[in-house]
Design a protein around this ligand. Structure first.
Ligand code: SAH
Length: 490
């Protein structure tokens, strides 16, 4: 191995190299810059699992014209930004890729990612109040970098992935049964998790209890290659603000006797469970959605609160997975919207209407638009249950719906709050917004790249000034960042 400065021609696939990482890059990887043939330092190598400041030994696995990718083999000198991962499954599990990075560094990186996406798209932040990223401790003071998810889906598999330390332990392992999370990039292999810090200690105990019960009764887990087996997914919902707890056992078919036995087991060993549902998914996909949902006991839903409102959440309903962070996010959106009592607000891509309800008390009325019919039904039910009578929800594709007819029917918006999926908005939707020219726009995004792209397109078509930017971390230990941008028509 040479210690001379690397040039890209050294970066052949399969070759081992020593790299010093300089910066975080997309998707939680870190990057090293190496000398080009001309001596410039323009060539970039991405290494997953490495941290800026690390000196590492890595193997080149991909070499492209503009960049290469290398697999981390050994950390020769660890960065100051590192910390000991809490979870023993960290190396193999895809759930929390950044547990080895100190939280303040994670947060700084997320803030940087959100803001640099905007500036790289050519957006002018000169007049904007660019706020430091809001982290888990800022949401409610609890510092919840662990146990922040209210929903988990653990997979069953007849193909267990053994960690290095499980193999090294020399113990005999049951390789035909796993209940846990998938190994990244493997649809078939599942880690048999005895611990997980994403939801709660209780959830981990429940997972272990259900595994033992299923093995005792010889219930077959899904065989991902043969498409056989009974058990598919163990879904858990544990709301932040109530003691409701839902177990959703997803199976290949309905078996009344088995469900009765499972219900008895839960009632005896986990009396905290308030409702058990059995989702039937006879297809090949290992998803928690299926053709039927049987409520075995309890109401078949859980309740959680965001702001003053209570939401009833069914097993297959969409709901923000980090309740406390969602509240913080919505508060930012509401603040950036500078709401007036006479305002007509459109909440676009509104999901189950949680933002609509959150802002409803401050304005004249809210119109929510959402593709998924069930989410719209949930939104209507939640509005009614909470006594909110100034929200209207419309189901359909934004591309089809967001047209003059909709505006004629519901009124011109003073404010648009948009919260599209990762892909961002359709260019035609951006065009429609530019044409409508609402005075204020709040763009909530889970993908700063598409947010920046859409805003650049919007600014080209209409004179909007970016007033404020607030990155929010809703998912500690992942590379995900939420970004709220407030704009005003100049
Ligand atoms: N604002 C909500 C949900 C945001 S997630 C909340 O805070 O909970 C984005 C939502 O956009 C999803 O509910 C998704 O179903 C919806 N969506 C995706 N594509 C859409 C489209 N073309 N038209 C309307 N809604 C769409």
């Amino acid at each position: 191995m040479s210690t001379a400065p690397l040039i890209p021609s050294d970066l052949k696939r399969g070759r081992e190299v020593v790299l010093t990482l300089e910066a975080f890059a997309d998707r939680g990887k870190s990057l090293a810059r190496v000398a080009g043939p001309d001596g410039g330092r323009g060539y970039v190598v991405f290494v997953a699992g490495a941290v800026p400041g690390d000196r590492v030994r890595a193997r080149v696995i991909k070499r492209k014209k503009g960049f290469a990718e290398a697999r981390l083999l050994e950390v020769l000198e660890g960065s100051d930004l590192r910390t000991e991962p809490r979870c023993e499954y960290f190396d193999a599990c895809g759930g929390c890729k950044w547990q080895h990075v100190q939280y303040p560094a994670q947060l700084a990186m997320k803030g940087e990612a959100a803001v640099s996406a905007l500036t790289r798209a050519g957006l002018d932040l000169g007049a904007a109040d660019v706020r430091p990223p809001m982290g888990a401790a800022d949401h409610d003071g609890s510092g919840g970098v662990y146990f922040y998810r209210n929903k988990m889906e653990f997979s069953f598999s007849a193909m267990r992935w053994l960690t290095d330390w499980e193999i090294a332990s020399g113990e005999a392992h049951d390789k035909d049964f796993a209940l846990g999370l998938h190994v990244p990039g493997r649809f078939d292999k599942v880690l048999d998790l005895k611990a997980c810090y994403l939801q709660s200690e209780w959830s981990a105990r429940l997972v272990n209890g259900v595994r033992a019960f299923a093995k005792r009764h010889h219930w077959a887990p899904l065989h991902p290659r043969e498409h056989s087996g009974y058990l598919k997914i163990l879904g858990l919902r544990t709301p932040a603000h109530t003691d409701d707890k839902m177990v959703n056992l997803v199976t290949s078919h309905y078996d009344e006797e088995r469900m009765a036995a499972f219900a008895d087991f839960l009632k005896a060993d986990f009396p905290e469970v308030t409702t058990l549902v059995n989702t039937i998914n006879s297809g090949v996909a290992q998803t928690a959605y299926g053709e039927a949902v049987h409520t075995i006991f309890g109401p078949g839903l859980v309740r959680d609160r965001i702001g003053p409102h209570t939401f009833e959440i069914a097993s297959n309903a969409f709901f923000q997975t980090n309740t406390v962070a969602a509240e913080a996010l919505y508060a930012v959106a509401k603040d950036f919207a500078s709401l007036q009592p006479t305002d007509v607000v459109y909440d676009l891509y509104c999901g189950a209407g949680t933002i609509s309800l959150f802002v409803a008390d401050a304005v004249e009325k809210v119109v929510g638009v959402e593709l998924v019919e069930e989410a719209v039904e949930n939104a209507r039910a939640s509005a009614e249950a909470n006594g909110v009578d100034n929200c209207t929800f419309v189901a359909g594709d934004m591309l089809e719906l967001f047209k003059p007819e909709l505006i004629d029917e519901h009124g011109r918006p003073d404010v648009l709050i948009v919260d599209p999926p990762r892909a961002g908005m359709h260019p035609k939707v951006v065009g429609q917004i530019a044409h409508l020219r609402p005075e204020r726009i709040v763009y909530v995004s889970c993908n700063p790249q598409t947010q920046a792209r859409d805003l650049a397109m919007l600014q080209e078509a209409a004179a909007y000034t970016i007033e404020a930017v607030q990155p929010v971390d809703m998912f500690p230990h992942t590379h995900h960042v939420e970004s709220v941008v407030g704009l005003r028509l100049a």
